[in-house]
Design a protein around this ligand. Structure first.
Ligand code: HEM
Length: 280
């Protein structure tokens, strides 16, 4: 029998401990994310859960789109609706109209999926539809939802209560706004306590806007060149403008190396109506 040296034993023990830690970490990550398989998509659930991937794809129609006969362009609405139906167990698809409000896009998708690859499959198949073949991507943003980092019950009980007690009471939102954000290395090198303090300063003036602005945050560090994708729905663009002004004048803003650029503003319609509006 081979004799084990102390050194060999030591290496084996260290390797074993590392493997155990990695298994535990993998299990912890898996516990945060809903299982990708066997999960039927429910809109109200997927839009509130952590561990959900968000893909935003902005499209600009090519001039050739207008040369396609009007009936064929209209048929494209049904073609896209069919594709959305085909993928409904894998991807929640929202489509927004930006033509007339933006220079670089005419429409954009927001896809929410437990499995990012499923969102990619949807988008590949969309590119093969009549409208998809006649449009160019002007921007893509990828992120993932996470539990609260800062304004939790433990860290900040009053603000956390403020977050959960305020509800949207405005008319059904007609507008959508997407703002990509990147923060500086200086921000990421602040201590957790300092960042918490800044995020409390962020939350305090914004709570009042929850009655007329719906918000959603995707984390994008490492998945994209930005750190966050912020998504908003509102029917009150003046309130939204005031909200942004209130966030422009707090210290957190000094750490933004990108805030928008582009900010994408569009209208909320059902997918078929977006394509129909682009077919007229
Ligand atoms: C209704 C208005 C808003 C409310 C109530 C609100 C509230 C909050 C809260 C509570 C957090 C901390 C989340 C956590 O604990 O992890 C947060 C994070 C964040 N918010 Fe807002 N927010 C609002 C509007 C905005 C706007 C207009 C922007 C910018 C366009 C914005 C950008 C962000 C970003 C980028 C983060 C993540 C910051 C980080 O983790 O470093 N928020 N927001």
């Amino acid at each position: 029998m081979r004799r084990l040296s102390i050194r060999h034993l030591h290496i084996t023990l260290v390797a074993g401990t590392i493997a155990a830690i990695m298994t535990m970490q993998t299990a912890a990550v898996a516990a945060q994310q809903p299982a990708a398989e066997a999960m039927v998509i429910e809109r109200s659930k997927i839009l509130t859960q952590p561990g959900v991937f968000g893909v935003f794809t902005m499209f600009k129609l090519r001039p050739e789109w207008n040369k396609i006969p009007a009936t064929e362009r209209m048929d494209s609405a049904a073609e896209v609706a069919k594709l959305i139906e085909k993928h409904k167990d894998n991807v929640l698809v929202d489509l927004y109209l930006t033509r007339g409000l933006e220079t670089n896009s005419d429409f954009f998708f927001r896809l929410n999926a437990y499995d990012l690859a499923k969102a990619q499959t949807f988008m590949r198949e969309f590119r093969a539809t009549t409208i998809g073949k006649n449009a160019d991507v002007s921007d893509t943003l990828v992120g993932v939802t996470k539990p609260l980092n800062y304004i939790t019950k433990n860290n900040s009980p009053d603000l956390n209560a403020g977050l959960s007690s305020a509800t949207y009471t405005g008319d059904a939102p007609r507008y959508v706004i997407v703002i990509p954000i990147k923060k500086s290395a200086e921000w990421w090198n602040l201590s957790f306590e300092q960042r918490l303090k800044e995020m409390e300063t962020h939350t305090l003036p914004t709570l009042a806007y929850l009655v007329n602005v719906k918000r959603k945050l995707y984390h994008a560090t490492g998945l994209d060149d930005i750190d966050f994708i912020t998504y908003f729905e509102t029917n009150d663009l003046i309130a939204f403008n005031n909200l942004l002004i209130s966030l422009a004048s707090i210290p957190e803003n000094k750490y933004h190396v990108r805030w928008g650029n582009p900010t994408t503003l569009g209208t909320i319609l059902n997918p078929e109506n977006v394509i129909k509006a682009l077919s007229e």
